[in-house]
Structure formats: C-alpha cells, structure tokens
Design a protein around this ligand. Sequence first.
Ligand SMILES: NC(=O)c1ccc[n+]([C@@H]2O[C@H](COP(=O)([O-])OP(=O)(O)OC[C@H]3O[C@@H](n4cnc5c(N)ncnc54)[C@H](O)[C@@H]3O)[C@@H](O)[C@H]2O)c1
Length: 364
Amino acid sequence: MTTDPRSIPTGVFERAARHEQVVFCHDEPTGLRAIIAVYSTALGPALGGTRFYPYGSEQDALDDVLNLSRGMAYKASLAGLDLGGGKAVIIGDPARIKTEALLRAYGRFVQSMHGRYYTACDVGTTSEDMDHVARECSYVTGRTVAHGGAGDSSVLTAYGVFQGMRAAAEVTWGAPTLRGRTVGVAGVGKVGRHLVRHLVEDGARVLVTDVNPAAVAALRADLPDVHAVADTATLVSGPLDVYAPCALGGAVDDDVVAALSARIVCGAANNQLAHEGVEKRLQDRGVLYAPDYVVNAGGLIQVADELEGFSFERARQRAERIFDTTARVFALAADEGVPPAVAADRLAERRMTEVGRLRSIWVG
Ligand SMILES: NC(=O)c1ccc[n+]([C@@H]2O[C@H](COP(=O)([O-])OP(=O)(O)OC[C@H]3O[C@@H](n4cnc5c(N)ncnc54)[C@H](O)[C@@H]3O)[C@@H](O)[C@H]2O)c1
C-alpha cells in the first residue's frame, strides 16, 4: 500500500525544508545529544560553531540550529568566503555534562560527515573544547593558539563592526568616521569592549551599559572617558547618534524602534531584529540599520582563516573589507528601495547562486 505523502503529518522535513541536511547525534553513555544542521554547501563546506546550551525542549534546539545555520550561510557568502553555512547544537548544561568523552564522541560524529561540516566555538564551547573535538576529527577550527588556532575571535568581530559603522556614518553624515558622534553600546563583553576602544580612538563619545557591573567597571578602568548608564532602556531612549547592540539577540523590537533617537543601528549581536517587519519600521523612522550578519562577520573571517594556517594580518585585511560590503548593501538598498536587511539577503543569495552554479562545470 502506498501512502500519499501529503497525508503524512508535517515534522522535521517541513521545518528544515530549505536545509540540505540535518543530522541527529546520540551517544547515551556520555549523554551526548546533538543536532548538526547544514543549510547550504553551494560555496564550500558548511562552517559554523557548536552551541552547548540547556534548551528547554528538543524543538527549541532544532529551531535554534536551523536559524543559526541559515544565518551562517548568508554571513559566509557576504564575507566573500568559499564556505557554506552550518551550525550545531549540543543539548544540555555545559557546566554539568561537558566532559572529554562527550566532546570526543561529538567529534566522531562531525568526522563522519567527511568535511561537509566544519565546527568551531560558540556559546558554551571554548577553544580548549575544540582541541578535544579535534582529537577525533579533522574538521575543526577555532582551536587554541597552542594548536595553531587563531585565539579570541572577538577582536576581529569588533573591528568588522567598527568598519560597518564607519560605512553607515558615511551614508548618513557624509564622512566615514564617528568623530564627534555619540554612540551607545549595550553589552561590553568580549566584542563590546574592543568596539568601544575603536570608537574612542576614532573620537566618538561613548555611552555603555551592561547587566554585569564588573564588565562596565573593567572597561571604565581602562577607558575613563566612557560614560555608563543604568540599563539598555535608558541608553536607547537617551540622545544617541548610533545604537550598537552587543549583548543578546532580539535587541531591536517595536518599543526600541519607537524610542530610538539614533540615526544608525550597528552592533555585534546576532539576530538583532526581534521579528520580521522591524527592518521596515526602522526604515520608516529614518534609522539606517547595518545588518548584523554583514558587520559581525569578522569572527567568522578569523576562524575561516585558520583553515589556511592562521595569519592575523590577512584576516584583518579581510575584515576591513566589511566597510565596502556594508556600503554595497546600503547602495543596493537605495537602488531597489528596500531595507538594508533585505538588500543584504539578496546580495548573499546572488553570490550563492552565481558562484555555486560554477560547480556544475565539469573540470575533468
Ligand atoms: N565573539 C564573537 O566573535 C562574535 C561573533 C559574531 C557575533 N557575536 C555576537 O555578539 C554578541 C556579543 O558577543 P560576546 O562574545 O561579546 O559575548 P559576551 O558574553 O562576552 O558579552 C556579552 C555582554 O552582554 C552583557 N549582557 C547580557 N545581557 C544584557 C542586557 N540585557 N543588557 C546589557 N548587557 C547585557 C553580558 O553581561 C556581557 O558582558 C552576541 O550576540 C554574539 O552572538 C559575537
């Protein structure tokens, strides 16, 4: 008896409809439960970090890995890399269940994909963890400096965000500098604090906030001219020229758009727009949004460079080009009359299609 496919209840295949591959990895003795999602390999092997997180449900973990892997494909494409997009999640509290054996079990699953997916660090995993994974697997980047790795990726992430912000300043005020502007940075962790330094050196007035008072105190000990405000709501509603979300995703919602005095939103946080439609609301209010995955690609550029034998200077030069890429996104947005977030997606998809098509040419 044949079953009509339309009568089968929808599940993983429908949710992952645009993904090439989703792999579920299970090793009961170590407690490993991981999902690896490969969105696209049109431009090369899928690269994306491993997030180790105590998800509330398997559905939450699946949704997260599907969203994140799609984002990596777009990020790699616009960064001009020969890489596709993938991501992995390990379900569980890393503080409780992360062990050498679990990481190595995970490494064996990544190895079994034979290079369709390269992994790296993300929330809940470190370069030291990647060294463990690499004992079972050849497809690992983001390793420790002692093992030829590139070290802290936040340095070039911040540098790239700064380049994107300069491009936004040029479009908005006619000069690629933040000199004399007031920039509000929400979140002064690994990326935010490096970004603040670039801004101060460029002559900006910087206001910061962070839920962790120690992060603010450490920054101000180093850069005493930086002003701290109580919380993100205070920062956003105050007089700003630029708002830089550098903490969590979903930072820009309808309330923030309504409260903003800034003319530019440009920060490091992934998935800044809280829901679809926020990009249009920003545009309607005359706020220029520099798409997150365009400007925060410096970290990806850094770990990707490791695959060639890491050169900081080469990676820095690539991250510097985020200025040009951001400017191209703004130019296309103006030409086609769409918000920059839409223009960025179009540019990324165009490269995936045009360059990805070349693989159909048989090279013997
Ligand atoms: N590290 C990288 O290379 C990299 C690359 C691309 C994107 N990102 C994204 O940039 C963002 C920051 O990354 P990071 O590596 O600096 O992380 P981090 O954890 O080092 O820093 C985040 C900071 O934000 C603060 N924070 C958390 N919630 C806050 C809130 N509600 N209001 C104000 N501050 C708050 C935290 O206390 C912390 O100091 C994340 O969204 C991350 O996904 C990071």
